[in-house]
Design a protein around this ligand. Structure first.
Ligand SMILES: *Cc1c(COP(=O)(O)O)cnc(C)c1O
Length: 395
């Protein structure tokens, strides 16, 4: 049998948009209240306050009402002023993309770049800052999703903090799937969202803001006000004594509350452990089939995404097409500089379950074999199961 493009996929194992938890879908289906109804105002405040111990920012997290590229635009426009020199740490497509956002408001952008299968070395950041003491803002991406690599963000953040610059970090595709928060990252502006590892649909951004970042934004004459890019306007937005800057995404806020409740009930450490185990099983299966991971060192590999190098002679789009047509499984492509060179298997939210790694390995290996690149699918499946079973034995 074949799945036609018009057939619904059986499993979506992508890196975003990701499958949503059923409880989140039920949250989204709650009655859509008037935004000034006291019940919704209370929900809005409760959601922001429930995020506080998870994001661990110095002040109560702020919601913006669009998927996290909105928050990245808003962060660049609000934090970075005409006199700021920005050090942009580039190990992938998202970090590189930040250059364009930062370029609209900064005096200068200095780049520290590594090949997209590597990660940023904190010592190199220290050197770059020593060479440019005038750097006032450092920007980084924790998990550059199109490469499936994790930067050592806590160590980088400590270097930035010693220098005294403000630190802006994108954790959109790692937050909720591994141990990362604004405090451990030393982040002044912690940009994330619920639409990857928290298992919500795209539609909201979450920002963790330090006291210094608020002061900087308030003093920045070019920081947007009365704009969809204004972070300042959304501070403490639930306060009954003033209007929302514009209509909040009521249904998405209800969905986010369901996601937070699920996450807290399961326990963040447990959630992170199942993301890590799923990724470990997936990597073992891929390697046992004689394939290569995209990250140059397995120590760089993300627990929320497994990026597999496309074997020589294989058309990456055709490979994903075959995975979907044969098995009904949807995987992600690369993006920009990694497009055509790798395939990504997402382990995010509800798909971060070890058995999905077995499915992904089998489907990937089966499709490759069908395209003429013969791999030992049985060995891949056995290796993935062995990782899962070894973990179970440890319980
Ligand atoms: C998903 C993601 C975002 C959000 O942006 P989209 O490209 O619109 O999905 C931002 N940063 C990172 C690292 C992401 O993975």
């Amino acid at each position: 049998m074949r799945y036609a493009p018009s057939d619904s996929p059986v499993l979506t194992l992508t890196t975003g948009p990701v499958d949503a938890y059923p409880a989140v879908l039920r949250g989204l289906a709650s009655p859509v209240l008037y935004d000034y109804d006291p019940l919704f105002l209370a929900t809005y405040q409760r959601v922001c306050e429930k995020l506080a111990p998870l994001v661990k920012s110095q002040t109560v997290p702020v919601l913006l009402h669009g998927e996290p590229v909105l928050a990245l635009e808003a962060a660049a426009a609000s934090l970075i002023g005409r006199d700021d020199v920005v050090l942009n740490l580039v190990s992938g497509v998202y970090a590189k993309g930040f250059e364009g956002r930062a370029g609209r408001s900064s005096a200068e952008i200095v780049e520290l770049a590594v090949p997209y299968d590597q990660v940023i070395d904190p010592a190199a950041v220290a050197e770059a800052l020593a060479a440019r003491p005038d750097v006032t803002v450092v920007a980084a991406c924790h998990h550059d999703t199109p490469s499936g690599t994790i930067n050592p963000i806590a160590e980088i953040g400590a270097v930035v903090a010693r220098h005294g610059a403000l630190f802006l970090v994108d954790t959109v595709s790692s937050f909720g799937g591994m141990a990362i928060d604004a405090e451990s990252a030393h982040a002044d502006l912690f940009v994330t969202g619920p639409n990857k590892c928290l298992g919500c649909p795209p539609g909201l951004s979450i920002l963790g803001v330090s006291e210094r970042a608020w002061a900087k934004m308030e003093a920045n004459p070019s920081a947007p006000r009365a704009s969809i890019l204004s972070i300042l306007d959304w501070r403490d937005a639930w306060r009954a004594d003033r209007p929302f800057p514009f209509t909040p995404s009521v249904a998405e806020v209800n969905g986010l509350e369901a996601a937070i409740d699920l996450y807290v009930t399961e326990g963040p450490e447990k959630v992170w452990a199942r993301h890590a185990l799923t990724a470990r099983a997936c990597r073992a299966g891929i390697l046992a089939m004689g394939l290569a991971l995209w990250p140059a060192d397995v120590a760089f590999a993300s627990p929320t995404t497994t990026a597999v190098r496309t074997p020589e002679g294989i058309d990456e789009a055709a490979l994903r097409g075959e995975v979907r047509a044969r098995y009904g499984v949807v995987l992600s492509s690369g993006r920009g500089a990694t497009a055509g060179r790798l395939t990504r298997i997402g382990h995010m939210g509800p798909t971060a379950q070890p058995i999905h790694a077995v499915v992904a390995v089998a489907a990937f290996g089966g499709a490759l074999t069908a395209l003429g690149h013969r791999v030992d699918v049985g060995a891949g499946v056995a290796a993935a199961l062995a990782v899962i079973d070894a973990d179970r034995d440890g319980d």
